[in-house]
Design a protein around this ligand. Structure first.
Ligand code: COA
Length: 380
């Protein structure tokens, strides 16, 4: 912890960072691969299908994907294997324990970007939180590996609140600063969602993309001149089975179902849509009221990037009118749903043009259910 800083206990966002994988899959490429898999499956099981013993698979469609979700493409760590109808999963070389693991690597890339933008020396950071949906392993914590790779002192730990992990991480970091336990905290959200997406599931094969973000949360006393004051943070969880992934260490205790589809991402998308939109809109309006802000004065909403229709409805309920792309920017069209990274990617790519004094909101929502709000005001 820096000795020359007189802490204010006021948390701010000093900078954010982004890692975008080089490779990207368009809907056209995705659907062509999926439909080839369907064709082969149906040909292979033609007799069973004709006898009514096997259910024929249905093809996917580019039009459906774009209309239902707004997603047009997604970045992935490894494209060829995902698109190979015989594999339809990522293929990544296993690394030795003495090498930086791949999830830590993309987290470090995003973190370095954030540190460089803030002009921050890693030696001045007190803590690292790896806040993400998909940890590569149970331990040692991804956060500690990232901490070590960056040369950061202090402490680090992992936290998983699915798609809301980043906002839960920001509130945790802000609370350390409010309490005086840290002055500079990195919240890193690396997501290799392609590893838990069932690329053979017609209902969801188009949803996710890979990426990593980092948010540097600091005491106002050490922040760069241009930063974002955190006006307030609020978290909410309500249990739901509508988004679920049963992958875990007890799977090997029941080998008969260890590879069943529920050991990957599964959702009741329509129910999620219907239940989460009102929950999140109400949460935002109530939190704005608590902070004595008029939600209609918010200059920009950086919403979780899962579904364009959900964001349209939430923004409309919060702002009181149909939001323009400028008021509620979309990144899911090219990134897909990057889980916890989504709202931070939207912020990272669409925050520079705001003026000092402008207010905005980062808001995430997802499995759990879990939702988080971070109200911000630009300073400097
Ligand atoms: N290609 C073509 N048609 C498809 C399809 C595909 N890939 N997948 C499903 N369909 C069909 C269905 O079979 C259904 O046909 P039917 O009407 O003849 O029964 C129809 O399209 C509608 O399916 P449905 O699943 O109800 O679609 P939807 O409009 O609800 O859209 C989602 C699906 C997943 C895009 C949408 O529900 C969603 O994004 N929900 C929110 C999910 C979310 O935010 N999750 C958080 C994850 S962290």
């Amino acid at each position: 912890m820096r000795a020359d800083i007189v802490p204010t206990g006021r948390p701010v966002i000093s900078a954010t960072g982004l890692f975008t994988p080089a490779e990207s899959i368009t809907n056209e490429e995705l659907v062509a691969s999926f439909n080839l898999y369907v064709e082969r499956f149906n040909a292979e099981h033609a007799t069973g299908i004709a006898a009514g013993e096997v259910e024929a698979l249905q093809p996917s469609s580019v039009e459906f994907i774009e209309k239902a979700s707004g997603i047009k493409a997604r970045h992935v760590m490894t494209k060829a294997a995902v698109l190979d109808p015989a594999i339809m999963a990522p293929r990544l070389d296993e690394r030795g324990d003495d090498e930086l693991s791949i999830l830590a690597e993309i987290g470090v890339a995003a973190a370095r970007d954030a540190l460089a933008r803030a002009g921050r020396d890693p030696g001045d950071v007190d803590a690292v939180l790896c806040a993400a949906s998909n940890m590569q392993r149970p331990y040692p914590a991804m956060a500690i590996e990232i901490q070590q790779a960056l040369g950061i002192n202090g402490f680090a730990f992992d936290m998983n609140v699915a798609c809301s992990s980043a906002t839960f991480g920001i509130q945790t970091a802000a609370d350390y600063i409010r309490a005086g336990n840290a002055r500079s905290v990195l919240v890193v959200s690396p997501e290799i969602t392609s590893g838990h997406l069932n690329w053979r599931d017609r209902d969801s094969h188009f949803i996710f993309g890979d990426g990593a973000t980092a948010v540097l949360v600091e005491d106002a006393a050490m922040a760069p001149a241009v930063h974002w004051d955190i006006l307030g943070t609020r978290l909410k969880t309500v249990f739901s089975n509508n988004i679920r992934n049963n992958f875990g260490y007890l799977n090997r205790a029941h080998p008969e179902t260890a590879d069943a589809p529920d050991k990957l991402f599964v959702q009741e998308g329509r129910k999620v849509f219907k239940e989460v939109v009102p929950m999140v809109a109400q949460m935002i309006v109530e939190e704005a009221e608590r902070l004595a802000l008029d939600p209609q004065d918010l200059r920009r909403l950086w919403l979780h990037q899962a579904n364009a229709g959900m964001n349209r409805l939430i923004a409309q309920r919060v702002l009181g009118h149909e939001a323009s792309e400028d008021e509620s920017p979309t990144v899911l069209d090219t990134y897909g749903n990057t889980s916890s990274a989504g709202s931070i990617i939207a912020f990272h790519l669409h925050c520079e043009d705001l003026q000092s004094g402008d207010t905005g909101l980062i808001c995430s929502f997802g499995a759990g259910y879990s939702a988080g709000t971070v109200f911000l005001r630009k300073a400097g």
